[in-house]
Ligand binder design. Sequence first.
Ligand code: ADP
Ligand code: ZN
Ligand code: ZN
Length: 802
Amino acid sequence: MLIDVLVDLPIAGNRTYTYRVPEAMAVAVGAVVAVPFGTRVVHGFCTRIREADSATDKTREVLELISSAFFPEGYWNLLIKVADYYLTPLSKVLETVLPPGVLTRSQRRVRIIPLEKRPTHQAALFAPPLSPKASAVFAALEQSPDLAMLALQRKVPQAAAGLRELQKLGWVESFFLETNAAKPKRQKFVTLVHAQPEGLTTRQREVLHALEALGGSTPVQEALIKARTTIGTLQTLAELGRVTLESREVLRFLGGIRVQPDHPKTLTVHQQQALERIQTLFEQPPTNLQALLHGVTGSGKTEVYLQTIAPVLEQGCSALVLVPEIGLTPQLTDRFEARFPGKVRVYHSALSDGERYDTWRQMLTAEPQVIVGTRSAVFAPLQNLGLIILDEEHDGSYKQDQPQPCYHARTVAQWRSHLEKIPLILGSATPAIETFAQHRPSSSSYCALPNRVEGRPMPVVDVVDMREELADGNFSPFSRLLQHTLSDLQTSGEQGILFLNRRGYSTFVMCRSCGYAITCPHCAVSLTYHQAGERLRCHYCNHSASQPEQCPVCSSPYLKYFGSGTQRIEEDLTRLFPSLVSLRYDRDTTTRKGSHRRIIDQFQRGEAQILIGTQMLTKGLDLPEVTLVGILVADGILNLPDFRASERAFQTLTQVAGRAGRGDKPGRVILQTYSPDHPVIHAVRSHAYEPFIQGELEERRAFGYPPFVQLVCIHFQGGLETAVIDCADSFSSHLRLQTPSLEQLGPAPCTIEKVKNQYRWQLLLKNTQGPQGYEQIAKALTQFAGHSRVRINVDVDPLRIL
Ligand code: ADP
Ligand code: ZN
Ligand code: ZN
């Protein structure tokens, strides 16, 4: 048998090499093997099993099977696609994909096999004469219990050849030193062999009876307690052949808190239609396996997901549910656990390394299961994957900003759906522009849930013009209307949410009197304030302007962005309404494990009336008692210096507004802004997704932004500013020389131009020539020599250009 091996060495690139598999070795795709490579022994992944007829005399032999498969067959095609498209070496892709600890380099160690464990015929014979190299290796190993491969190679020149000889003899073996994280957890088990009482003491008989009652195989720790016995007694019974003692691999406890099982709900008419549409779509010959579920907030998308998953599990397949990072609330996982008890597992980067490793192994089993996870779970190595769901598909956390590969989980899910013929559902109340462009309402893959369940109305959105508040002398962050409504809440006892956008960058310049924000005349993005030189700059094209003293439109001196954190707002609120109890829900209050659940539980039990929070409030929260949502300043999101600012603002504001009135009582939203005439504000107020997106699409077309062009953003970063600029400039000219027709924006400093003493510049490329232009960029990157002190990071289809 022959196999292709991807060698885990940077110099080997993405190439695979063919090796012969020795007779007794069972190697499957995804397995880790040790192979000779040049004069070294390295490890690699088996990517393909080949027909033996392509062997040549030069084909070398696999030395060792180090670990059985880490992923299913067919998986490689996906990884290779990711590596190619995101211009990233395959080894880097593997680092992102595999659970931590699996792939650490130079873990390979070698040791002498004890005499009694060597192959008997060999041990019985006198030692054959060893070659000088093998003797040297053996001598080195005799001095220490085991040696790192690298250390051995340092000690003995050409150690690999000697080692091979010793391995063939069965004298020496190499092994992976498993890191703690990647070490399977083991537990001792006692198993009953036969319970006949003959020849046993009364005490021993009692123990056997107890073990029998426990049913076959029991963890030793449990058996000791339940059978009231000692390890000594168990060992004696083992010697008598009545029980066996063995250590077994167990999975770390991965389940969540037990929840009350629930039953499928009777679907609304629209839910039923959507479900049927999705099912017929997937039954057709696999030409189109993707659907968009566009459902307004509170329309019951989750119920549709649950009822699509149920038959998949019944058929013995697994389902993968992807959610945004901040959407992975216990509330959501509980809903899946309640419907599919014992079958749900979570997978995300906040798990401990050991938990991730165990979940990975669990996913490799053929057992039907539901994996709920964030971005990287799109690579879940499920054996019989039958369905992928991407909830809140517009969410920015699906995109990896760094390190490379800067992949988008939606894009990868689409490839996976295509490559493995798996149905994919994209769900959102506010689909991304790209997704909308792919699944227009007229197409068969578009499924809509236009209404909330149980005939509940969409919340009423009141827009408050904060310019007027300022003109009337109200400098507080609460408008008069909001103050009024909050005092009503005080008496009614209903619950409210206050949202503020703390992630807004305080670098754009806005007039508080008229709402005017200064933007770049060429790129339609906000100019950002750079302290160096006190200038405003476009970080796309590097256009710059001086910082005005007063508003160019209305001459007001109130030119700045003000922002206050959740803590300030909480203090202000308590001062105004001492009897309103509030809770903060933001990154600072949810760092501890379980704190998400604690805060939301407290709020749901009615221990507080107001929940104050940031972006984390926007997703997945279903709080039926909330009737008021107050958005303190919408402008922070409206004016982000990014061509996607409007789209993102619309999505965030709609999601926050959607937290209101999800229960029996109707909801109300108070949206405070300095730009009440902004198209985004109009769209949020009237829940008008489509006209807004159409308008956005036109603007994108006019300015040449995705989905009409492909963007590639090249980042240059280093400790020496001149070197960074130099490197960016020379790459730019190198590319211009090679592809004059490719549009370049910049190089320009990033919005945050210096982080931890690292200077950051970027070059934005607009590819209008499809794959051809893309290949040119890829080629230029491989040819570019770079600069030793500047790191280059490539972001294909960047989501944030900051
Ligand atoms: P979305 O994800 O679309 O915002 P959810 O799935 O959270 O909406 O559903 C909103 C609420 O409506 C939830 O409390 C859910 O239990 C409830 N719900 C969903 N479908 C139905 C139904 N068919 N009948 C009754 N209640 C439903
Ligand atoms: Zn003004
Ligand atoms: Zn510009």
